[in-house]
Design a protein around this ligand. Structure first.
Ligand code: UD1
Ligand code: UDP
Length: 385
């Protein structure tokens, strides 16, 4: 039996972990035991618990309860907690997802304790090191033994950084193995799409049966914390809804909702508040989000996960960032980078409203990435045994 410890903490990691836990339960339970550590980075009911309830993820074995804080304080507390758990559990491998501070903490703790790391969502790069996520993902990749890249671009990024596609076993932190294996988020979207239509009542609740709305999420720190950028994005949302009489549904991350009144100009804040076409709602569950995405006319976001889900459901996506790690989406013409620039955002939204993209090549795998990852974890153990 292989013992893995999975570290999760932020909303998208909880969601991604559902795919692996499901694959283990359905085909590998006799060979893999999973211990789940929740760092507590996200803790509101609608940022954490709701996903466990809805997606069938096993209850965490440990919750470090770290909560919010400065990067250093938050990450240090996580490292300390994870180190203690690794000492006690002595797992064969640590599983990390994505690029959050929880990912970085897991990478630091495990690499110093010589616990091999499998990094799921390896190789993604924005080439913008002012993003905390870019630092986190580079550090994690370079401390990992198995690197699972969801896309060809991610795989190529790893090659460019010196990873060797022809590495031979035994694989170690000094001789890592890289894979291009598809995206566990695609596994999830395929798995939950039908269930979302059956179970979610979000559209009825919002009075949106027609599906003629713009879905938006904004939470990236450089968009929420820099007033000019937040104003530019909300200027575009307010503008497009009024100009095209288009409803906007905005499930808002607590980081953003906490800063709206402070960082929007008084005039814009008032305009958004009195615009009955804009519905700002608290974060929604994954099934509600999936149904909102599937039925939207188009999507405006700065989220990595939401960009991809827009693509999975063949929706046009305007990206409120200057670059994306998911370059396959922009290359296909299904996403437009419009930064936090009102004119560019409006132009991109208008373009997609009038001429929706039709080209969505299958670049995120076959919906079985999690099964592949489980098989490779087992293979590595067999080789090293
Ligand atoms: C984090 C990740 C980001 C990821 C995002 C997913 C890092 C550096 N960033 O950003 O890559 O895209 O999660 O959503 O790890 N808050 C609450 N309740 C919660 C969680 C957060 O109110 O349950 C508020 C707090 O004010 C907190 C702020 O949101 O200070 C930011 O939370 P934090 O986890 O530090 O970063 P995110 O912006 O969520
Ligand atoms: N999501 C959700 N409810 C929401 C907003 C997002 O379930 O109100 C899901 C979304 O469907 C995707 C994931 O959260 O699976 C994306 O996480 P987020 O945007 O917080 O982070 P990122 O992907 O940018 O790291």
């Amino acid at each position: 039996m292989i013992k893995i410890v999975t570290v999760i903490g932020a909303r998208p990691q909880i969601i991604k972990a559902a795919a692996l836990s499901r694959a283990i339960a359905n085909g590998f339970a006799d060979r893999i035991t999973e211990i789940i550590v929740h760092t507590g980075q996200h803790y509101d009911e609608n940022m954490s618990q709701v996903f466990f309830d809805e997606l069938g993820i096993p209850k965490p074995d440990y919750n470090l309860g770290v909560g919010s804080g400065q990067h250093g304080v938050q990450t240090a507390r996580m490292i300390q907690g994870i180190e203690e758990i690794l000492s006690k559990e002595k797992p064969d491998m640590l599983i990390l997802y994505g690029d959050t501070n929880s990912t970085l903490a897991g990478a630091v703790a495990a690499s110093k304790m010589h616990v091999p790391i499998a990094h799921i969502e390896a190789g993604l790069r924005s080439f913008n090191k002012s993003m905390p996520e870019e630092i986190n993902r580079i550090m994690c990749d370079h401390a990992s033994t198995l690197l699972f890249s969801p896309t060809a671009t991610g795989f190529a990024n790893l090659l460019r950084e010196g990873f060797n596609a022809s590495a031979r076993p035994p694989f170690t932190i000094d001789n890592p193995k890289i894979y291009h294996c598809g995206d566990v988020m695609y596994d999830n979207s395929l798995h939950f799409a039908e269930l979302a239509e059956q179970k979610s009542r979000i559209l009825e609740g919002l009075g949106h049966e027609t599906g003629n709305y713009l879905l938006s999420t904004i939470h990236r720190d450089n968009n929420t914390d820099i007033p000019e950028r937040l104003n530019a994005i909300f200027e575009a949302l307010d503008g497009i809804s009024r100009r095209r009489q288009l409803q906007v549904v905005l499930p808002l991350h607590p980081r953003t909702s906490g800063l709206l009144s402070q960082n929007l100009s008084q005039e814009l804040y008032a305009s958004v508040n009195e615009n009955h076409l804009i519905r700002i709602i608290p974060p929604v569950s994954f099934l509600d989000m999936t149904r909102l995405e599937k039925n939207a006319r188009l999507i405006l976001t700065d989220s990595g996960g939401v960009q991809k889900e827009a693509y999975f459901f063949e929706k046009p996506c305007v990206i409120a960032r200057s670059e994306t790690e998911w370059t396959e989406i922009t290359a296909a013409g299904a996403g437009i980078l419009a930064d936090a620039d009102t004119a560019r955002l409006l132009q991109a939204l208008e373009q997609f409203l009038d001429h929706p993209p039709v080209n969505f090549p299958a670049v995120f795998g076959d919906g079985r990435a999690a099964e592949f990852i489980c098989s490779e974890i087992i293979n590595l153990q067999a080789i090293s045994a």
